[in-house]
Design a protein. Structure first.
Length: 408
């Protein structure tokens, strides 16, 4: 039985609530599926001692996370692996795969009397077919046993506001600049581990995913939080020591698609359960340039008379991000706000997105255009939620908050 066959069998049993005998299987593969928290976000599904492709997986990893152990076996260091998935694409023998969290996640969600929430990334629109509206997707998650669905775009609104406030406060000279901090874990990992001298230019903000999880835990401490998105790296982010506990499980769009299929749920046929809470700014985080546009428009609303305007520069994909950073370091860029996305196209180009990135970008833009608010400053839900969390004014976001602030 292959890893994928074992995975499909266990998902069917889990979703239907029926345990059955397993055909002959690899114990390591089974343990990876039952206890994903013990393994890195990328797992080796087969032993690899000799590689006919000159260790292509190892060479693809910019974080040096793939090493040989004492027995000569290629292994993945869970402390270094960020889940970028470059090695999965590089492995010609198909011995690497993304970790899967379905089994423990669905078991937790279906605990009797337990609140559980699906935290859906801004890139979700159209991933489960064009006719699946946010309201239909919310109903589909409820049919799986979730108490509700929360759009992480609302928390992207809050982090946009925080980064705009940081820019307005700290960028006072033409030589000042800010690196975005609140979106892509690959971008942050690259800066922290390879370009750590630039960290003083990164505001101490958590990602929208972590902010969403922390707020839910604050309001409902015992709730189960499950992030859903196109990114494998979010699995690694959720486990980082200073962030752990906000998000209990991370499922990719592909994993959720597998759950819907096993459960016989067609999201397109579900009833509407619509709730519009996010602005255009938060919704467009899912594509390259979205964070830059969101922060720029919000800064302009905060301080329309600023002498120094937001001059943005974006890059997507690891090579382009590294080139942008080198350009910044050499003084060849006149931008003062830099946005990096680990995947080409941004989150819509994530390794576990279902739709092509070009289609995803169009759908994200359309969803952003349909938002009732342009920026978080106009979003009444943002102001209401901040008041509920004890922030008397939006400027209070600049104070050391245990919900939205991170100490790198």
């Amino acid at each position: 039985m292959t890893f994928e066959e074992l995975y499909k069998t266990l998902v069917q049993q889990s979703v239907k609530g029926k345990e059955g005998p397993l055909p002959p299987h690899d114990d390591h593969q089974l343990d990876c599926l039952l206890h994903p928290e013990k393994y890195p976000p990328v797992i080796d599904t087969e032993t690899c001692v000799f590689c006919q492709h000159e260790n292509a997986c190892q060479k693809s990893c910019i974080f040096d996370a793939i090493v040989r152990d004492a027995d000569g076996k290629l292994t993945i260091d869970p402390q270094k692996c960020t889940g970028c998935a470059a090695c999965i694409a590089a492995c010609k023998e198909g011995k690497l795969a993304a970790s899967r969290d379905i089994l423990p996640a669905m078991k937790a969600v279906r605990q009797p009397g337990k609140l559980s929430y699906a935290l859906v990334a801004p890139a979700f629109l159209g991933q489960f077919s064009d006719s699946v509206t946010p309201g239909k997707l919310r109903s589909a998650f409820k049919a799986l046993g979730f108490s509700g669905m929360v759009e992480v775009a609302l928390f992207a609104d809050i982090l946009t506001l925080k980064e705009a406030l940081e820019f307005d406060k700290n960028i006072v000279n033409d030589t000042d600049y800010q690196l975005t901090s609140c979106c892509c874990p690959m971008w942050i990992a690259m800066i922290r581990k390879i370009y750590h001298e630039l960290m003083p230019h990164v505001p101490g903000s958590v990602s929208p995913m972590i902010a969403c999880g922390r707020v839910i835990k604050k309001l409902h401490p015992e709730a189960v939080t499950v992030f859903v998105g196109p990114c494998i790296a979010k699995k690694s982010e959720a486990r980082e020591p200073d962030l752990a506990g906000a998000v209990d499980y991370v499922l990719t769009f592909r994993e959720v698609e597998d759950i819907f299929e096993a459960a016989g749920i067609d999201p397109a046929s579900m009833p509407e359960s619509e709730k519009d809470h996010s602005s255009r700014a938060g919704r467009i985080y899912a594509r390259t340039g979205g964070v830059s546009e969101a922060v720029r428009t919000t800064v302009e609303q905060l301080n329309p008379n600023r002498r120094i305007t937001v001059r943005t520069r974006q890059a997507d994909g690891v090579p382009a991000c590294r080139a942008m950073i080198e350009e910044l370091k050499s003084g060849k860029s006149d931008a003062n706000f830099f946005e990096g996305m680990g995947c080409v196209g941004g989150c819509v180009g994530g390794p576990k997105a279902i739709r092509r990135k070009e289609e995803g970008r169009e759908l994200v833009n359309a969803y952003g255009d349909a938002a009732p608010y342009k920026t978080p400053l106009e979003n009444t839900y943002v102001i209401e939620l901040l008041h509920k969390l004890g922030f008397e004014t939006v400027e209070k976001l600049l104070e050391n908050s245990d919900i939205f602030t991170r100490k790198f």
